[in-house]
Write a protein that binds this ligand. Structure first.
Ligand code: CTP
Length: 395
């Protein structure tokens, strides 16, 4: 799977750097083209000569070429690579990557990456457990980077715990699996909707639902990581987009989301409607705050436009349309009916009956049904993994 793949390996100043010559050897043996970057501190642990011999290319350490007035081009390297693998990564470099502190060539190359990025931290267990390290790791995850978790075991300090760099054979396997499983979505235009919609009652109240947007945001991040050009139409949510491959458009109400979807849909190759759009909106929206004037209150609601149904009607010949269904009874049958009625290619069925699946949770369990009637039943997974499964099946 690695044959012909262009891989940048970035090494930082950790004792675990001693494992990287072996890893580079495995990569080269697997047919990959490897370029090595080292931080100055990494050269205290292993020599550039070792790395240049094994990778069959000179190693880049400094942003500038010595005594030549020339610079090493991190942008070119960022465009060249099919994947960047940073291993081992110290707490210091994790912080720099998470916060864009580009004071060495390795971080400038990281910031220029246009490809999937793998980061394998290695450090002492207390440093790894520190909230600042954990925060930096979750920031890097939010950028769409893949974290290769350190292993639990004996550390250079003599202590034992999580912090050991993953073994070279396992890192190689992770890269192999990545290239094997990911069908690229290069240059595909993907429109994703996410989150709830809010239907105004008056200036301070609304009708909403419990959707957090996590599923749609995970799909958008996964699609961008696979090279797609992603537009994410987001309902009100606290989630933020940090992946530069995603263009975000905000929409508060079902009507705003409808208009945004119609505007964006024509150019999309794939549309994934993960938003929990309100089915009804207030017939009258009060311009001023409503007063408590009677014992009961009746709000008259009228149906919103069914965005998915509309997109199904105007679906282009090669366009792929995916809807979500949230069912509590006769789940498969109801989802299949929705798939047909809305002219979908796939429907992703969420069940509220599954423990660990649904609104506001980190995990989800879905069944994906295609228009030919194939049913793919998934197990309980993180929303990121579910997003990956959905894109695998669509691909
Ligand atoms: N949807 C939409 N526009 C709406 C309501 C829903 O585009 N006004 C989309 C959702 O984004 C989702 C799919 O329709 O992809 C299914 O939503 P769901 O609420 O489960 O189904 P409904 O068609 O609204 O039917 P019901 O609520 O009766 O089950």
């Amino acid at each position: 799977m690695l044959k012909g793949k262009k891989i940048v390996v970035g090494i930082t100043g950790s004792i675990a750097a001693y494992k990287i010559p072996f890893l580079v050897r495995l990569l080269v043996k697997g047919g990959a083209e490897v370029r090595v970057i080292m931080t100055p501190a990494a050269t205290d642990f292993i020599t550039p000569l070792t790395m240049s011999t094994l990778s069959v290319h000179s190693v880049i350490i400094d942003p500038f070429k010595a005594n030549s007035g020339e610079w090493n081009n991190h942008v070119e390297l960022g465009q060249w690579a099919d994947a960047m693998l940073f291993a081992p990564v110290t707490a210091n470099t994790l912080g720099k990557m998470a916060n864009g502190i580009a004071d060495n060539f390795l971080v400038t190359a990281y910031l220029s990456a246009k490809c999937p990025v793998f980061i394998a931290p290695a450090m002492d267990l207390d440093m790894f457990a520190h909230p600042s390290t954990q925060k930096n790791i979750s920031i890097l995850r939010s950028y769409g980077n893949i974290i290769i978790e350190p292993q639990v075991g004996e550390l250079a300090s003599g202590l034992s715990g999580p912090g050991r760099l993953e073994e070279p054979e396992s890192i190689l396997q992770i890269l192999n699996d990545f290239f094997a499983s990911r069908k690229p979505l290069d240059k595909k235009k993907i429109l994703v909707t996410a989150g709830p919609t809010y239907e105004k009652i008056d200036p301070v109240r609304f009708i909403g639902n419990y959707s957090t947007g996590q599923m749609g945001f995970s799909i958008a991040a996964e699609a961008a990581a696979r090279g797609a050009q992603v537009t994410l139409i987001a309902g009100p949510t606290h989630l933020t987009v940090s992946n530069p491959g995603i263009r975000r458009v905000d929409a508060e109400s079902a009507d705003e989301m409808y208009k945004a979807c119609l505007m964006e849909a024509e150019l999309a190759d794939i549309i994934i409607m993960a938003a929990a759009v309100a089915d009804y909106t207030c017939e009258q929206k009060s311009a001023v705050k409503m007063k408590k004037s009677s014992a009961t209150l009746c709000l008259e609601l009228s149906p919103t436009k069914d965005i998915l149904m509309e997109l199904g009607k105007q679906k282009g010949k090669d366009q792929v349309l995916i809807g979500f269904a949230l069912e509590t009874d006769n789940e498969i049958e109801n989802a299949q009916k929705k798939l047909q009625k809305k002219n979908l290619d796939f429907i992703v069925l969420n069940s509220l009956n599954e423990k660990g699946a649904g609104f506001g949770l980190e995990t989800n369990k879905v069944t994906i049904i295609d228009k030919a009637g194939h049913i793919h039943s998934g197990s309980l997974k993180t929303k990121q993994e579910v997003a990956s499964d959905i894109l695998d099946i669509i691909s």
